[in-house]
Write a protein that binds this ligand. Structure first.
Ligand code: S3P
Length: 171
């Protein structure tokens, strides 16, 4: 099967879908935010607050470089901003098959409106911020993706079914 990489905007379901997929495919899973938090011994929010976004982005690049040495069959969910760097998009392609979980701004807002773990959305108008970030990121996500799966108004079963179908087609 090789490595499956899940990308997409914050709140699109990368972590949850990654875990469910890992059960189904009996395949281990890892997550770049969690790897970085473990290495740093602090949360993503704390890293942003103390050392800034650029520092965190450098950690992301270092993190996916290290994953080159990881298991051959592995699901990797990556932070929402990781595919923004061209270098990272190239590294992701080298790592495996990239699946973009695409969601609309309204879907993301509904899921994250009560969440305070995303430093980029701690602002006066999170809906507006989601729209702006999404627009600015559209190219990066689509450019990084081998496969795009739309997730709006779909249950997990449907999304997992679509992903499995794609995986079967490519392996
Ligand atoms: C970010 C997404 C977050 C986390 C950080 C920055 C982003 O990960 O890496 O808060 O720039 O979109 P999730 O996509 O898992 O929320």
């Amino acid at each position: 099967m090789g490595r499956i990489i899940l990308i997409g905007f914050m709140g699109c379901g990368k972590s949850t879908i990654g875990i469910k997929l890992s059960y189904r495919l009996r395949c281990p899973i890892t997550d770049t935010d969690k790897l970085i938090e473990k290495e740093e011994g602090r949360s993503v929010s704390e890293i942003f607050e103390k050392d800034g976004e650029e520092y965190f982005r450098n950690m992301e690049t270092a993190c996916i470089k290290k994953l080159k040495g990881a298991e051959h069959d592995l699901i990797i969910s990556v932070g929402g901003g990781l595919p923004l760097r061209e270098e990272n998009r190239r590294l992701l392609k080298e790592l495996g098959t990239v699946i973009y979980l695409r969601a609309k701004a309204d879907t993301i807002y509904e899921r994250l409106k009560n969440d305070n773990s995303r430093p980029l959305l701690q602002c006066d108008n999170p809906m507006e911020k989601i729209r702006t970030l999404m627009e600015g990121r559209r190219f990066a996500y689509e450019n990084a993706a081998d496969i795009i799966v739309d997730v709006d108004n779909k249950g997990f079963e449907d999304i997992l079914g679509e992903i499995e179908l794609h995986i079967r087609n490519i392996t």
